[in-house]
Design a protein around this ligand. Structure first.
Ligand SMILES: [Zn+2]
Ligand SMILES: [Zn+2]
Length: 431
């Protein structure tokens, strides 16, 4: 099918740099969402924000109210469109329909959140050198989602331009809080992929570390559950009345040692991690509170669920051993899904029309890393009889994902837009 891009590489690089400067943490993408909404509404897109895009209650790991208020205020100060901020009603992420008047749809997903890491200010780091380093301390687009947002915006603008050619709707999903696997389930709950027959998402880099490379599908994602465990004990004088105390630090410490001793599972790979432990107030006070920040992973949803059950049991009994009350809060998580081979082949075929991708650098299927929340959308589409894929768009990377020096090769932006548009058009012509 013929398709000539009209959004220039320069324009896409500008979009990328605008998003990069406004790096925002998961569920706090207020500036980013308002910018996309205003821009796409202005271009004739049918934009859904707020509860039309995402289910408020189904979000996991949302920052506390005080933090959110500050971040909304800061987005306002940075010039976010007040009309859209009001319509969003405290919720981030958006959906844009290109032709909502037409039946069924192909869903394309782009994630928009940043990583909670302080960005490098080294002159070696291109965003620092060229003046588009993050404005928001402690938040940095260190996973390439600034590129994903720019590609998504480019795709939406291109498809809106040629919308009269479409036979079906194309829905573009801008997902908040992909990091920590927190956003997708809440968008699925709000019906984001209801009726979708095809699903396509991609990530910059991952295991495709050469520019001009393309991995058309992904397997080997791990299902994961992110959770916090809290222990509530009783403080007492550690010298005079230790017997009156209930030591939360000890309960948490027992839990950590035993969590990492959960046996392996015969049906697949497993992981457990306690990434942070907080407890204690002073040298001579029995600690009355402790918190563990943890995650389990598994090569299937079944194996991951088993890991989480074991973890919950260990936490419960560590609490009992030290006379504690306890609480386990799910902060994120999702299942796993494998790309459909037929979709991988279609993407490979489409990429053949884009000279940027070197044919000898195009693979059908590769392994992912850890997890991606795209699995929640893909799984939902597959369950309703559809198919989809999660591609990896190659880039040489000066530093790994989530590191303060992460950056990618901007020359991939326009070919990536073309890949999404041509794939959407190919799917649109199918019955
Ligand atoms: Zn990431
Ligand atoms: Zn990512």
């Amino acid at each position: 099918m013929d398709f000539a891009p009209s959004v220039s590489a320069k324009q896409l690089s500008e979009f990328r740099r605008i998003f990069h400067r406004h790096a925002e943490s998961g569920f706090s993408e207020f500036w980013t969402t308002a910018f996309l909404a205003a821009r796409l509404h202005g271009a004739g897109g049918f934009v859904k924000v707020g509860e039309e895009a995402i289910c408020r209650e189904a979000r996991m790991g949302v920052p506390d109210e005080e933090t959110q208020k500050k971040r909304i205020a800061s987005a306002r100060e940075q010039g976010a469109d007040p009309t859209w901020l009001d319509r969003m009603d405290g919720l981030t992420g958006l959906i844009v329909d290109i032709r909502p008047d037409l039946p069924r749809h192909t869903a394309l997903r782009f994630d928009i959140d940043a990583v909670d890491v302080e960005e490098s200010s080294s002159p070696e780091h291109l965003p620092a050198r060229e003046g588009f380093r993050s404005l928001n301390d402690g938040h940095c687009h260190a996973c390439g989602h600034d590129g994903h947002a720019a590609i998504g915006l480019g795709v939406a603008l291109e498809l809106l331009r040629i919308k009269d050619r479409l036979r079906h709707n194309v829905r573009i999903i801008f997902e908040p809080a992909e990091e920590g696997l927190r956003g997708a389930a809440a968008m699925v709950e709000a019906g984001a992929v209801d009726g979708a027959r095809y699903f396509f998402a991609a990530h910059i880099g991952v295991n495709a570390r050469r520019s001009h490379e393309l991995v058309c599908g992904t397997e080997g994602f791990l299902a994961s559950t992110k959770f916090d465990a809290e222990f509530f004990g009783r403080a007492a004088h550690a010298g005079a009345e230790p017997h009156e105390g209930r030591n939360s630090l000890l309960a948490a410490a027992s839990a950590v040692m035993n969590l990492h001793a959960i046996p392996r599972h015969g049906k697949g790979e497993t992981r457990i991690a306690v990434g942070r432990m907080e407890s204690g107030t002073g040298r001579n006070v029995v600690p009355s509170y402790a918190k563990l920040v943890c995650e389990t992973r598994g090569s299937s949803t079944e194996v991951n669920d088993w890991m989480f059950e074991q973890a919950a049991r260990i936490i419960e009994h560590s609490a009992a051993m030290h006379g504690q009350d306890f609480r386990i809060t799910r902060m994120g998580g999702g299942g796993t899904a494998v790309s459909d081979l037929a979709m991988c082949e279609l993407v490979r075929r489409v990429s053949g029309g884009i000279p940027y991708f070197y044919p000898e650098f195009v693979l059908d299927m590769g392994r992912g890393f850890g997890a991606d929340d795209a699995c929640a959308f893909l799984e939902a589409v597959q369950k309703q009889g559809g198919m989809g894929t999660y591609a990896q768009i190659g880039s040489r990377l000066p530093a790994g994902h989530h590191s303060p020096d992460f950056d990618f090769d901007e020359s991939l932006l326009q070919p990536a837009v073309e890949l999404f548009c041509r794939t959407a058009l190919a799917l649109d012509s199918m019955d």
